[in-house]
Write a protein that binds this ligand. Structure first.
Ligand code: ZN
Length: 353
């Protein structure tokens, strides 16, 4: 139990350090009751397989009652799942649904039935009604999908990769023409994911801004300098060890509520984002391309098929066939062996244990 509680504490302490201003320090003050021990201390529990839901509205009296409870709590639950007060859990419904293996909306008997199956699979009280302490268990699993969280939990702030190995996206790939850089394999995988999303969801193809990148690699020195220069560190966003220093994280446009920017953590904005076709497609499919989401920020995705840790000294890239250019997703003058999607191979890329 102590091990599980310690792990949970570590995960929650660092999980908030994605790209926003959620204060890590404050998270520790609101740790939930430690959950029961989880079978494996490393690696997330896989989501339940999505089962055919049939009619989401069909169900017995128990499912109907749970659906009613969920219909109320999804809008009104008062809690602090990510360190600040929120009402309701509808913003997280797509992630929850994915985890419990259903495509049914959160206020339906079909959703309640799927949640009950998930609860039973964890030996939890199985009534199909969502509870904060059970959401915390899901959240731990989601954090475990992110190697960055695990690394930070081990007390490590990863070194940024040298600029020379970063790929520069085309200007038209950045939101508003912004120039963004990331690790080559990330750009390759991102392009594949964007193409698949637009092919599978015509609505996304019709919006030229959708899925564009508004932030990727962020130089820690520049973040700190801006923080000092402007006297505004935006919470801890620019001053802390952001995962954006790894070159593996991307913030992509998934929509927004009217009047809100695409990266606003306003709750109404996050709720609107969670209901877009883009976000819902990503929740179901981004894993195919190696990306995982930080649930608090629908726009924030981390590529997990490359190791995070890169040692500046002794950093090397294996030879790669063919000319490498920014256009094809590689940084200027960089060569690297093709891996998944033609990305670079990092000779000293293993994380410390
Ligand atoms: Zn981000």
């Amino acid at each position: 139990m102590r091990r599980a509680a310690s792990l949970l504490t570590g995960l929650l302490l660092f999980a908030a350090a994605a790209c926003d201003g959620v204060d890590q320090e404050n998270v520790s003050d609101r740790l939930p009751t430690p959950p029961p021990p989880i079978a494996s201390s490393r690696g997330a529990a896989p989501p339940l397989p999505t089962v055919a839901t049939g009619d989401c509205l069909r169900g017995g009296p128990a499912e109907q009652a749970s659906a009613q409870a969920n219909a109320i709590s999804r809008r009104s639950l008062s809690w602090s799942p990510f360190g600040r007060p929120e009402y309701g859990w509808e913003t997280y419904a797509p992630r929850i649904a994915r985890t419990i293996g259903t495509l049914c909306p959160p206020d339906t008997p079909g959703f309640a039935a799927a949640l009950r199956r998930w609860q039973a699979s964890r030996a939890l009280p199985a009534d199909g009604a969502l509870r904060p302490e059970q959401f915390d268990l899901m959240k731990v699993d989601w954090h475990r999908e992110r190697p960055y969280v695990e690394l930070r939990g081990d007390g490590v702030c990863p070194a940024p990769p040298p600029d020379r190995v970063l790929a520069v996206a085309r200007v038209d790939e950045g939101y508003g023409g912004k120039v963004v850089m990331m690790r080559p394999a990330v750009l390759t995988a991102l392009r594949r994911m964007q193409a698949a999303a637009k092919a599978e969801v015509p609505e996304l193809a019709r919006d030229p801004q959708m899925l564009k990148v508004f932030s990727a690699y962020r130089d820690p020195g520049a973040d700190a300098a801006r923080c000092a220069r402007e006297g505004n560190c935006d919470g801890i966003r620019r001053a802390s060890c952001s995962v954006h220093r790894t070159g593996l994280a991307v913030d992509i446009v998934v929509g927004n509520a009217p009047g809100h920017p695409v990266d606003s953590t306003n709750d109404a904005n996050r709720l609107a984002m969670s209901q877009t076709a883009a976000y819902r497609w990503l929740v179901q499919n981004a894993g195919r391309f190696g990306f995982v989401n930080y649930a608090f920020e629908p726009w924030h995705w981390e590529y997990v098929r490359e190791p995070i840790e890169v040692a500046p000294a002794g950093y090397r890239l294996a030879p790669r066939r063919g000319q490498v250019t920014a256009e094809t997703g590689y940084g200027q003058g960089v060569t690297g062996a093709g891996t998944e999607g033609g990305g670079a191979t990092y000779g000293r890329g293993t994380r410390p244990r």
